[in-house]
Design a protein around this ligand. Structure first.
Ligand code: SAM
Length: 289
């Protein structure tokens, strides 16, 4: 939804922009063209391997001050304070990049055999296998339900616990097999792989993706310069609910909720990129200093 984002963000020569979820730098490479000369672009990602790829891709950017930082966007305020700047535009394109999903060593894909890790920042935290080998059945059921809207959560949690009694979970296929053993063939949704919701839920739990999102959005809004805009692209109902809730609360309190109804991708975009099917764009503008 690049065009929609370019429409809501006030990108002009000299603007200060934060891409809080740099990924491969796709959005950033469009932003730098619009803010030069003299613009500042701060790109953040908590995944070192994404940062390395983005650095390579953006190596020939000129006429823009570019800062690429290994940082969780939940500390966006610290970054802007260090640079003594306020932002004219902030983008949070939540979730994960297809390069992360497609890398079998990350364990994020049910299609690829690999270690059941799923951490975005591999320098810290607990891999998915350790988390699932430790949690109680009720805790597993809860995350599958809360973060995956998985109605077979109880049965899948039971299968995981049965399986780990024999051998602890280690690989992506251990989780896929637990899901397949839990959901009867007749009850499976033909449009998506049966393990889609489970992998999404476990990834969100491993990375604490929804924890502190509300505070992060408030912090990002507080970092905006007058007339500055915070745009958020989310892919999961839990994330979008949080964004909607925060933007509605700030609306009229020095901010304006620009899109009362979130923008969604066109049919054409979904055909080109099926992973965009659940995307929702919301935007918040600072109206008073
Ligand atoms: C959907 S991708 C962004 C794609 C990017 N807009 C592009 O054009 O290539 C999300 C990226 O945000 C990163 N990310 C997700 N949550 C983050 C967080 N809390 N802090 C920093 N980076 C985060 C992921 O590692 C991933 O690289």
């Amino acid at each position: 939804m690049v065009e929609e984002i370019l429409e809501v963000l006030p990108l002009r020569p000299g603007a200060v922009v934060v891409d809080g979820t740099l990924g491969l730098g796709g959005h950033t490479s469009r932003f730098v063209e619009l803010i030069k000369p003299a613009g500042v672009l701060i790109g953040l990602d908590w995944d070192e391997s994404m940062l390395a790829l983005a650095r390579e891709r953006l190596s020939d950017v000129q006429d823009v001050e570019l800062h690429l930082e290994h940082r969780d966007f939940r500390s966006i305020g610290e970054s802007l304070t260090e640079h003594k700047l306020q932002a004219d535009g902030i983008l949070l394109d939540l979730g994960l990049n297809s390069a992360q999903v497609d890398d079998p060593t990350r364990g994020m894909s049910f299609r690829e055999e690999g270690p059941l890790d799923m951490r975005m920042d591999r320098t810290k935290g607990e891999p998915a296998a350790a988390m699932l080998n430790r949690m109680s059945p009720a805790q597993i059921e809860q995350i599958l339900w809360d973060f995956g809207d998985e109605r077979w959560a109880k049965a899948i949690a039971k299968q995981i616990v049965e399986r780990r009694k024999r051998t602890p979970l280690q690989k992506t296929s251990d989780l896929v097999d637990s899901v397949l053993a839990a959901i009867p063939a007749k009850a499976r949704d033909k449009r998506i792989h049966p393990a889609t919701r489970t992998f999404q839920a476990v990834r969100i739990a491993v990375n604490g993706e929804l924890e502190g999102l509300e505070e992060a959005l408030e912090q990002a809004a507080a970092c905006l310069a007058p007339e500055g805009v915070l745009a958020v692209l989310s892919y999961h109902s839990g994330e979008d609910r949080t964004v909607k809730h925060v933007f509605r609360r700030l609306d009229g309190e020095g901010f304006s909720d620009l899109l009362r109804k979130p923008q969604t991708p066109s049919d054409e975009e979904v055909r080109r990129n099926p992973r965009a099917r659940s995307a929702k764009l919301r935007a918040l503008k600072r109206t008073t200093p």
